[in-house]
Design a protein around this ligand. Structure first.
Ligand code: 5GP
Length: 187
């Protein structure tokens, strides 16, 4: 899983309108690079533990499937986004970095910041000294995104690394999240 969200129950309690409930539902959906869409039902009453367990299993399964091909060097969905072969909602772009909205947002602001050239950076755990410059550029771009999105006073940057962190796309990416109160620990 990219970023865990234990907030659906809270959101359901707090959201007054049907539109906001729909937003909560969307925020608990995931589309993986395999194209698989997994929706997690709102955690209501007895469904709560069943649904959250199912979500965890789905996300873990997707993470394992993605990891299995991670070292093949196979292109990911992000290569197509960089090449503009598939559309994305771009928030910021420069020579080295692309930032676009996550298709399955876990917060009102959820932007992915990626290097345009993967250069072996399938995940942070593969970082080498030659990547230091681009790693700095990614962090700096995350700050620019937060500024552009009006969340500079409170935002979170997340990198999921490997199966145990539920990484599902093997092209390094930073999640920039904000626009709501974050919880800690993240789960
Ligand atoms: P990870 O789980 O690897 O940390 O994060 C991968 C992220 O990529 C997920 O949050 C997922 O929603 C997002 N994602 C997967 N496919 C697409 C896509 O085609 N377009 C966009 N904008 N985001 C995607």
């Amino acid at each position: 899983m990219a970023v865990t969200s234990s907030s659906s129950m809270l959101l359901l309690r707090n959201f007054a309108t049907a539109g906001k409930i729909a937003q909560s539902f969307r925020a608990n959906s995931r589309i993986f690079s395999t194209g698989e869409l997994i929706r997690v039902l709102p955690r209501i009453g007895s469904q709560r533990s069943i649904c959250s367990t199912r979500a965890v299993h789905n996300e873990e399964a997707a993470a394992k499937a993605a990891a299995a091909v991670a070292d093949t060097g196979a292109p990911t969905i992000f290569d197509k986004i960089i090449a503009k072969e598939i559309p994305s909602d771009i928030v910021y772009e420069d020579e080295n970095v692309l930032a676009f909205r996550d298709i399955n947002p876990q917060a009102p602001v959820h932007v992915l910041v990626i290097p345009k050239l993967r250069d072996g950076l399938t995940m942070l755990g593969k970082a080498e000294p030659k990547h230091v410059e681009v790693l700095g550029q990614l962090l700096h771009a995350s700050k620019i995104v937060a500024e552009k999105e009006g969340i500079l006073d409170g935002f979170r940057v997340v990198i999921n690394n490997g199966v145990e962190a539920c990484q599902s796309v093997y092209h390094l990416h930073l999640h920039v999240l904000g626009g709501r109160q974050m919880k800690w620990p993240p789960g």
